[in-house]
Design a protein around this ligand. Structure first.
Ligand code: PEP
Ligand code: MG
Length: 575
């Protein structure tokens, strides 16, 4: 964050108008605190970091492109506000859109560029400072407050100039009081960098409840909403907020009545529910005796404890990339091995399915290099990335296979599209087995089924694997060609759609015919109703958020397998 955040007393100068925003709840709870808006662009750094440019038209071009990108983003927010929100939010976005077309302001930037011949990012940062000084000296409070719109708009232009869409450093080092954290967009790697001691709530403007970021927020258990159009433009650092992450409502500058209502509501909520007393996992059967395993999706030692406490029969999905993203350097092999050992130890030697690093797209640890890609979600992700980085893959496998010696470990390959992806990765696995002196017969290898090409060619994979794990989050994204990150497209990604259920049924049938275990580890397995449909499809194991295990257990134990099939038949008729 630049000097700005510290020097301006924003809340006292801004109009304290009560406003309301809406988003999708991802982690329930109520938070009452002042806002901390994560500003990705540090002006002071840009002011120092300038360089002479020869190609002035090129700098103009960069500015034009950033303006156009900003326009598109604001128009999208405007449309979304129309659907979701109330109050004067749309007016503010409209003002920002007008500012993007304000010829006099833009001419000032152009003149500044022509006179100093320095890079355009520096020019814009300088112009924000000039405007800040100009507006700060105005007597008229209404006019003075216009600076906030200008600042928001120019920050957006800067972010687009710098292609910043995620944070690259820990933004909370200087925070001393509790805050509700607001960001335009958060990537899983950003979340891994946050210090949650001071964050009582999280509001993210872009994204959907199916995104990786949302998945992480759920497990962190801080009240959070995502897909809240306008949040990062309308809320400013220091604004007083109430976040109701049950209904997905944010109140900006709540009045006394609001505060009373929410204080009461908060008092009535069960206080931080402690983990249940660890119970030995009981085997789950449907009412007519069909066995279904319930396992947990985890990414940390803390979640392993939760999984054990909620009676998980094992870890069905350990997302290793989140462990990597919480580090600031590549973990040494022995340290990584120790991480797997501690998880297996907490799980009391129950099976742990370790997924190889699913890096790429939005999961980019700061200490690794990534490719510039046109379309990262369709790019170098999962095993594609690992196979292009053989040294990383060898070291990663060395830690996992090292852990196999003393623990019941399974290995899952992420983002497998072709049998070749599997075969090439297996070559590495066998090589490391030799080095580590582990018999490859001991290994239990499976693949994520999350790309339609794999889902429709299961039999090509079966000779080399012992299980499959269906990743419904990605499978839906790629089946319906609808980004899981985009809250406006969630209508497409419904797991309940007959085409999706039919595909899962088909995978389960093929797996059964070839005597392979089949599990679902996507977010949908945490939903008790959908979980019973998966059982009806023939899935024999479900892996989910640990806290969902009791409800899913209850729902499945109450139904016979025949009932789940009947329910599935009904669902297949609906659209
Ligand atoms: C999935 O895609 O369904 C899955 C479980 O993996 P992730 O959410 O980590 O992509
Ligand atoms: Mg996936």
């Amino acid at each position: 964050m630049g000097k700005r955040g510290k020097s301006m007393s924003i809340p006292s100068e801004r109009e304290r108008i009560r406003g309301e925003l809406r988003g999708e709840p991802v982690s329930p709870g109520i938070a009452v605190a002042n806002a901390l808006l994560f500003e990705t662009v540090a002006l002071d750094v840009l002011e120092i970091d300038s360089y002479l440019v020869n190609d002035i038209p090129n700098e103009f071009n960069k500015l034009e492109n950033a303006l156009e990108k900003s326009r598109e983003q604001l128009r999208k927010i405007y449309r979304q506000l129309n659907e979701k929100s109330s109050g004067n939010a749309q007016d503010i976005v409209k003002i920002q859109l007008q500012l993007l077309d304000d010829v006099s302001l833009l001419n000032e930037s152009r003149e500044l560029l022509l006179s100093c011949r320095l890079n355009i990012e520096h020019v814009i940062a300088r112009q924000i400072r000039i405007l800040e000084t100009r507006f700060a000296s105005m007597d008229d409070e209404v006019l003075r407050s216009r600076f906030f719109d200008i600042q928001d708009t120019y920050q957006r232009i800067l972010r687009n100039l710098l292609n910043i869409d995620h944070m690259k450093s820990d933004p909370l080092k200087r925070i001393e009081t509790d805050v509700i954290f607001i960001a335009n967009r958060l990537l899983p790697s950003d979340i891994a960098l946050l210090d949650f001691k001071k964050i009582t709530g999280i509001i993210i403007e872009e994204g959907s409840a199916l995104s990786h970021a949302a998945g992480m927020l759920k497990s962190i258990k801080i009240p959070a909403i995502i897909g809240a159009p306008g949040a990062a433009s309308l809320i400013h650092t220091g604004d007083s907020l109430i976040l109701d992450a049950y209904s997905g409502t944010v109140l900006i500058w709540p009045n006394e009545d609001d505060k009373l209502v929410y204080t009461k509501k908060r008092r009535e909520l069960p206080s931080n529910t402690p983990l249940p007393k660890t119970t030995r996992p009981q085997k789950l059967f449907t009412a007519d005796g069909r066995r279904v395993r319930l396992e947990a999706n985890i990414s940390s030692v803390r979640e392993a404890r939760e999984a054990d406490a909620y009676g998980a029969e094992g870890v069905g999905l350990l997302r290793t990339e989140l462990y990597y993203m919480s580090q600031d350097h590549k973990p040494p092999v022995e340290e990584e091995l120790e991480f797997y050992r501690s998880i297996s130890c907490i799980m009391k030697e129950k099976p742990v399915a370790i997924r190889l690093l699913d890096l790429g797209a939005d999961k980019l640890p700061s200490f690794l290099n990534f490719y510039e890609e046109e379309n990262p979600q369709l790019g170098i992700r999962g095993v594609r990335y690992l196979l292009r980085n053989p040294e990383l893959l060898r070291q990663h496998l060395s830690a996992i296979i090292g852990a196999c010696k003393t623990a019941d470990i399974k290995i899952i390959l992420p983002f497998v599209a072709l049998p070749d992806d599997l075969h090439s990765t297996l070559d590495f696995i066998y090589e490391v087995c030799k080095e580590r002196n582990v018999s490859k017969q001991r290994l239990n290898v499976g693949i994520m089924v999350e790309i339609p090409s794999a889902a429709f060619s299961m039999r090509s994979f079966f000779p080399k694997i012992s299980f499959v794990s269906i990743g419904t989050n990605d499978l839906a994204q790629y089946l319906f060609a609808a980004s899981r990150e985009d809250s406006g497209l969630q209508e497409y990604c419904r797991i309940m759609r007959p085409v999706m259920l039919r595909l899962i049924k088909r995978i389960a049938r093929e797996a059964q015919a070839c005597k392979k275990a089949v599990s679902v580890c996507g977010e949908a397995a945490s939903d008790p109703y959908i979980a019973t449909l998966f059982v009806g499809c023939g899935v024999t194991s479900l892996s989910m958020r640990p806290s969902s295990i009791p409800a899913v257990r209850e729902a499945i134990s109450r139904m016979s397998f025949i009932d789940t099939r009947r329910r599935l038949r009904e669902a297949l008729l609906l659209d």
